[in-house]
Design a protein around this ligand. Structure first.
Ligand SMILES: [Zn+2]
Length: 63
């Protein structure tokens, strides 16, 4: 957890593909991927849609 969202609120994570936001506790099933040394997160829907690309570790720029 980065702690970027201070103030007592639960951490919020954002899907790096569609921009969907969810509480960290609701995003446990999201997919995480490291691209170019930077961690990205993808929501359930994008994870399903792009499962092959994620598993192939293709850069999302090529999706
Ligand atoms: Zn998404």
């Amino acid at each position: 957890m980065s702690g970027a969202y201070a103030g007592g609120m639960e951490d919020v994570v954002v899907c790096d593909f569609c921009g969907r936001q969810a509480a960290a506790s609701a995003a446990l099933t999201w997919t995480t991927s490291v691209e170019g040394g930077r961690q990205k997160r993808f929501c359930d829907e994008c994870s399903r849609t792009h499962l092959r690309a994620i598993e192939g570790k293709l850069d999302s720029d090529w999706w």
